[in-house]
Design a protein around this ligand. Structure first.
Ligand code: MF3
Ligand code: CO
Length: 256
């Protein structure tokens, strides 16, 4: 069941999303060679708590895997890690790395979810292109959104652009509804055909989150049962926003 949010709920999500965007900026400004991903996680947790929110990913469990709660506030996915990289004191960033920072927060009872990928120090032009294309793919997906449009239009726009640029889009993981919970219906694929899937309706709140690989699209789960990596070990980037569907388009809830 897709949960339609009221205008009041959407305005609360926008309030939380704006704070979350500011927190993610502060965390990404702290990314530097020599820092551990656990230090970034600690900062994110402190900033969320100071803002009166609750980390949405901390202790999150997947159905059937209740013995493996997510231990972080942030997901920190370095280089060939696609998403859900687990913060660790042993993961020390170095010049030239890229890191995906994914963060979710419950604020006044409602959840917003966002991510971006940044370079550590100087990164090569090829890697800059990966980040640029992934962020632009997110924008292209978002630009499809309006009431009455099929959800397949989002994925189609993302996939077409990413493939034109010579990268591949991850298909084993998808975006999702968000708000009352971190993950709600519907699934929001980053691939597909226009004119397919459910029709978007005003008041739906979606996390759109393309994951783009330099090499092959296939991904796998590591032994920690969270970290997703590319099978071919190629680099991967991830950008995400929470949006609300409106009559004529959408409102991006996770921006400053
Ligand atoms: N944005 C990510 C997702 O939608 C974050 C989930 S992390 C988890 O998959 F711990 F909550 F699973
Ligand atoms: Co998400």
């Amino acid at each position: 069941m897709i949960i339609i949010k009221t205008p009041k709920e959407i305005s609360l999500m926008k309030e939380g999303g704006k704070i979350l965007a500011d927190i993610l900026d502060k965390v990404s400004d702290t990314v530097t060679s020599g820092i551990s991903t656990l230090e970034l996680d600690r900062l994110a947790k402190k900033l969320i708590r100071e803002a009166g929110g609750d980390p949405a990913f901390l202790n999150y469990t997947v159905e059937g895997e209740e013995d493996n709660p997510y231990p972080g506030t942030l997901c920190t996915s370095v280089n060939s890690e696609v998403v859900h990289g687990v913060p660790s004191k042993n993961m020390i960033l170095k010049e030239g790395d890229i890191i995906g920072l994914d963060i979710g927060m419950f604020y006044k009872g409602l959840c917003t979810d966002m991510a971006k990928t940044v370079g550590v120090g100087k990164i090569s032009e090829d890697i800059q292109k990966l980040l640029y294309v992934t962020e632009k793919a997110l924008k292209k997906g978002i630009s499809q959104v309006k009431s009455g449009v099929h959800i397949g239009n989002i994925g189609s726009a993302i996939q077409q652009y990413v493939e034109e640029e010579g990268f591949s889009v991850v298909k084993q993981l998808v975006g999702h509804g968000v708000g009352k919970e971190v993950h709600e219906e519907p699934r929001v694929p980053n691939y597909g055909k226009s004119g397919t899937g459910i029709k978007l309706e005003e008041g739906m709140t979606l996390a759109i989150e393309p994951m783009v690989n330099v090499g092959d699209e296939l991904v796998q789960t590591e032994d920690d049962r969270w970290t997703i990596t590319t099978v071919d070990k190629s680099l991967s980037a991830h950008f995400e926003h929470t949006i609300a569907v409106t009559k004529n388009g959408c409102s991006i809830l996770t921006e400053k």
